[in-house]
Design a binder for this molecule. Structure first.
Ligand code: HXC
Length: 518
């Protein structure tokens, strides 16, 4: 055979691989409003930058009719390409091949790709569209799934991992995104461990796909999804945007993006937005968008744990991770969901050299039977753990209320935050004035001829003592009390001062890893 003939044969195989489950199935996908797997990759990556690997690999199972089927690529397209001229590794499941199910070869292909991404220090992106473990392959498919999980865990904290859910993501398929850093769900997609049919059989409960594991549920209730998008195109655009804030691996700095927005821009609007009375709410997102370059803030977990706000922005071109209490939602109290959201975000930033800027205005951890029984002690402890463990630059600004354990948890100096700022409206105390005087003067108040008058007097005294940043500054817990209008500049200066911060988190005895309360 000539070289030409041989290459023709290669191309024939390649075309078969590209066809996946066949034209009919591709058309069925289109009719469901879903993009073809190759179109997804084209839209995600820089033009003509994709190189496919293992496009010929196929299953070797012979059960339940698989002996008669041969799908080159085995239902997942894997390879590498560029996003904004930076190398990324990517895998995309093809639902047209056996429902994107994960067989032995499918799983091994993904795991191997992730391992390559780790070795080369490049982010990995997974596009999910799968019915879960491939039933026909038995233990082989479970092994394939396990190999993916194992690779995801090895990659955790080494390279950023982003999952995009573009169709079903069922059974074992769902655990891989859960092990990655960010999960983006297209509105029409869904994720569950067992589907509605199994729920009906096992529990006798009727539930729809949407109610069980739709994107809205995972973005707001379970917290599995960090982002939700209207359609596939916006999900793929979001991957590109998210990556613009992140380094490619844990030994790189995040990208520096030159900005025209002056770092010394005054933000006088804060005087209008933030009431000096700590009981009155305001929207912390308005403050954040004033602080960051060009008002550009990428919020993570927008619909989950809403009494806290976390996300990425830049100041003077440097990526920062922002963690803020949200006084507009339950006064900024830290509940179980907010604890999980904050702790996970802080740990992500710490893994990838992203300085953490914390904006504090919280009355404390959420009280109540539900929260206590749900484990607020255990979940709140994650926030303490994450901040204490983080060695990236930590800059904290107490805006208004900072009471009790929540003061400590929100990046306080006690947990080795590096630079601690306060606005003149800051109040740092063991608890809010009303609660404090009821405990301190319970006896006196019950015996006083005019308890209201006594309460007013004691409240005024408490406020005078603690409802300000001055005692904390005298004791050295606050480094600087700043004019709110200069906050952007002050944070920028702190970032510059901490730029070369190097710190190892080591005790007397080296540890393998800590045991974060999960
Ligand atoms: C093999 C599968 C499959 C699977 C789907 N298919 N899931 N083949 N193994 N896990 C095949 C179907 O047989 C069908 O083949 C094709 O994919 C398309 O599926 P449809 O059902 O026609 O599509 P749709 O109506 O869109 O429904 C999609 C779906 C449904 C909701 C995902 O297929 C489904 O419920 N699949 C099973 C989901 C599940 O329970 N997975 C758990 C697996 S166990 P043909 O040839 O007809 O086109 C697992 C281990 C558990 O993962 C581990 C727990 C952690």
């Amino acid at each position: 055979m000539s070289h030409e003939d041989l290459l023709k044969k290669v191309n024939e195989y390649r075309e078969k691989s590209i066809e996946g489950g066949g034209r009919d199935k591709i058309e069925q996908q289109r009719q469901k409003g879903k993009l073809w797997v190759r179109d997804r990759l084209n839209r995600l990556l820089d033009p003509d930058s994709f190189t496919e690997l293992q496009w010929m690999r196929t299953h070797r199972s012979t059960y339940f009719g698989l002996d008669k089927l041969k799908y080159y690529g085995d239902g997942v397209v894997t390879g590498y390409g560029m996003i904004d001229k930076r190398l990324v590794y990517v895998y995309a499941q093809d639902f047209t091949v056996l429902g994107g199910s994960i067989g032995e070869a499918h799983g091994e292909k993904i795991a191997r790709l992730i391992e390559l991404a780790i070795k080369t220090g490049a982010p990995v992106i997974g596009l999910y569209d799968s019915g879960g473990a491939r039933i026909q392959e038995g233990v082989g498919s479970l092994h394939g799934c396990g190999r993916i999980f194992n690779a995801n865990v090895k990659a955790s904290g080494v390279i950023p991992q982003i999952a995009v859910i573009m169709g079903p993501c069922a059974g074992a398929a769902a655990y891989s995104p859960a092990l990655m850093d960010f999960v983006i769900m297209v509105k029409s997609s869904y994720m569950f461990i067992t589907g509605p049919e199994v729920v009906k059989a096992a529990l006798g409960v009727d539930v729809t796909f949407e109610q069980l594991g739709g994107a809205n549920i995972h973005a707001s209730t379970s917290g599995v999804a960090h982002f939700i998008t209207e359609d596939e195109d916006s999900a793929l655009a979001l991957v590109r945007k998210l990556l613009s804030y992140l380094p490619s691996n844990n030994i790189e700095e995040p990208p520096f993006i030159q900005t025209e927005d002056p770092v010394d821009r005054r933000i006088d609007e804060i005087y209008e937005i933030v009431p000096t009375d700590p009981v009155k709410p305001f929207d912390v997102k308005k403050v954040i968008s004033l602080l960051v370059d060009e008002g550009d803030f990428l919020e993570v977990h927008e619909h989950y744990g809403r009494s806290a706000v976390v996300g990425f922005g830049r100041i003077g071109g440097y990526t920062i991770g922002i963690v803020a209490n949200q006084p507009a939602v339950n006064a900024g109290v830290i509940d179980i969901d907010a604890s999980n959201k904050i702790a996970r975000f802080v740990r992500f930033c710490d893994s990838f050299n992203i300085p953490i800027v914390t904006l504090v205005d919280t009355p404390g951890f959420m009280p109540g039977v539900d929260q206590e029984h749900g484990g607020i002690i255990r979940h709140g402890a994650k926030v303490l753990y994450a901040y204490s463990e983080a060695t990236v630059p930590k800059i904290t600004l107490v805006m208004r209320k900072a009471y009790g354990g929540a003061y400590i948890a929100m990046g306080s100096l006690s947990l080795e935050s590096d630079i601690n700022l306060a606005w003149p409206t800051a109040e740092i105390a063991v608890m809010g004035p009303e609660g404090a005087i009821r405990i301190l003067y319970r006896k006196e108040l019950s015996q006083a001829p005019d308890p209201e008058e006594l309460a007013r007097k004691k409240l005024a005294e408490y406020r005078e003592t603690f409802a300000n940043p001055f005692r904390a500054a005298e004791l050295g817990y606050i480094d600087d009390i700043i004019d709110p209008a200069l906050t952007r500049l002050k944070i920028y200066e702190a970032l510059k001062a901490l730029k070369n911060k190097r710190e190892e988190f080591l005790g007397m005895i080296p540890k393998k890893h800590g045991n974060i309360p999960l």
